[in-house]
Design a protein around this ligand. Structure first.
Ligand code: HEC
Length: 139
């Protein structure tokens, strides 16, 4: 009983910081997710790599599956999302991303995890269009 309860408690704790409303999710994507992807991933994952390599330029492209049929982004399940295993230290993916001198911080990885955990909200329209960006530029 206790063992069954513990993971549930953990999930409740881990989710308590998550935004509940749609505007909260919009803000979380705009401030915590989009800048990280734009600054660290879009220089390569911008559609120039031949499909089915992950393309992060739009929601429709980003939610496609990998060549092996796995999800890059599986809403609600960061542990089954290839995007997370690719960036996570000690993750299951053999190739560390991003392939630059800059790795993501624990906070950035945590933000991506929370975002997927909370349903991976990705807005339509201009807000959901991503392009490469250097750090310091406005999203
Ligand atoms: C300097 C270029 C570059 C950057 C920056 C980069 N990637 Fe990649 N990534 C690649 C290439 C090339 C591949 C595909 C070929 C391969 O896996 O050998 C790839 C593959 C992947 C895959 C697929 C792995 C799989 O198992 O199919 C994921 C997921 C991924 N990248 C996520 C990211 C994320 C998230 C970021 C940003 C945090 C990022 N990458 C930054 C070049 C890059």
């Amino acid at each position: 009983m206790i063992l069954r309860l513990l993971p549930a408690l953990f999930v409740v704790t881990a989710c308590s910081l998550l935004p509940a409303s749609k505007s909260g999710r919009e803000q979380y994507f705009r401030t915590q997710v989009k800048p990280v992807l734009q600054q660290h991933c879009l220089q390569c994952h911008n559609g120039s790599l031949p499909p089915p390599v992950l393309n992060l330029t739009s929601k429709a492209a980003a939610f496609k599956r990998s060549a092996s049929g796995r999800d890059y982004i599986l809403p609600g399940d960061p542990d089954c999302s290839l995007l997370i295993s690719a960036v996570q230290r000690g993750g299951t993916h053999p190739k560390m991303m991003p392939r630059t001198e800059v790795s993501l911080t624990e906070d950035q990885i945590g933000a991506l995890r929370e975002w997927i955990e909370d349903g991976a909200y990705w807005p339509d329209g201009e807000q959901g269009m991503l392009r490469a960006q250097r750090s310091g530029e406005n999203p």
